[in-house]
Ligand binder design. Structure first.
Ligand SMILES: Nc1ncnc2c1ncn2[C@@H]1O[C@H](COP(=O)(O)OP(=O)(O)OP(=O)(O)O)[C@@H](O)[C@H]1O
Ligand SMILES: [Mg+2]
Length: 267
């Protein structure tokens, strides 16, 4: 199983859009995919048109439900572990009562029947974001075409290094994904140039496409809303890259220095 977090400190850079459409595209290729929403905005459920679910990640955090009990089927091969506003309170409790960075490993132990876990993160440095990057092996950072977004990506990379120093382990940043790319705007090229210096692999950009921004309003993925759109084509190309990436070797993710966890260490 591949465990991937889609992260970034900056808001509105395409994290949720990438999670939904990459997830749906992988599911359409026959992979079993679980999307996990760790953002109180609950945008994954909204984007997929899912309402009326009774349990969510907040119930898992406060041990009122198991993660398996909260899974909602979203599409063929695509399930969702949703979030809701209650996640904010649950997170506060988590800080006060446990303040632990590796709790997802325990909570998600029954969710290993998938080929992919894709985690949509909030644009903040919360305990949930820390848990996400400690839980996963791979991190993808979308970067929208603004100069500030490149600093956000850089800050996140530094932050991951700090986590690695503190906890002795961290995920690897495997992809920087340029989003909302508009070739007519000079800043798009500037941002791509700046990304070259950061180190991780940069994918071909996801172009700006109003249909990508309209689809969540109808609770549809881009493959349901506009399958021939630029957005659908670009996310299909990204999916091809992701599906064909060589698996992480077990020694790519360093072992914890201080005895923090280690069950399920490799996939
Ligand atoms: N390639 C694109 N072209 C046009 N609009 C896009 C594109 N990608 C995302 N959007 C739109 O931009 C907005 C922000 O995208 P999204 O919600 O995916 O960002 P985010 O990083 O998850 O935001 P947040 O930090 O608030 O969670 C949304 O309205 C989305 O529909
Ligand atoms: Mg989001």
């Amino acid at each position: 199983m591949r465990k991937i977090a889609i992260v970034g400190f900056k808001g509105g850079i395409g994290k949720t859009t990438t999670c939904v459409n990459l997830g749906d595209a992988l599911a359409r290729r026959g992979h079993r995919v679980l999307l996990i929403d760790t953002d109180t905005q609950a945008n994954l459920a909204i984007s997929l048109g899912i309402t009326g679910f009774k349990k969510s990640l907040s119930d898992v955090l406060v041990r009122k439900a198991t993660a398996e009990e909260c899974i909602v089927p979203a599409r063929k091969n695509l399930d969702l572990l949703p979030s809701n506003l209650g996640l904010f309170k649950a997170q506060q409790r988590m800080v006060l009562e446990m303040a632990r960075e590796e709790i997802f490993e325990e909570l998600f132990v029954g969710l290993n029947s998938y080929d992919y876990h894709l985690i949509d993160c909030a644009p903040s440095l919360s305990l949930l974001t820390i848990n996400s990057v400690v839980y996963v092996d791979e991190v993808f950072i979308p970067v929208s075409m603004e100069l500030l977004a490149t600093s956000g990506a850089q800050q996140f990379m530094n932050y991951l290094k700090d986590i690695a120093r503190t906890l002795g382990q961290t995920a690897q940043i495997r992809l920087l994904i340029p989003t909302m790319y508009d070739p007519r705007r000079r800043v798009s090229k500037q941002v791509i140039n700046l990304l070259q210096d950061l180190g991780p692999r940069i994918t071909k950009p996801i172009r700006v496409d109003t249909q990508l921004s309209e689809a969540p309003g109808y609770g549809k993925t881009i493959y349901e809303y506009a399958p021939r759109s630029r957005g659908a084509i670009d996310y299909a190309r990204l999916t091809e890259v992701v599906a064909n990436m060589p698996p992480m070797s077990t020694n790519t993710k360093p072992k914890p220095a201080n005895g923090h966890r280690k069950k399920g260490e490799d996939k």
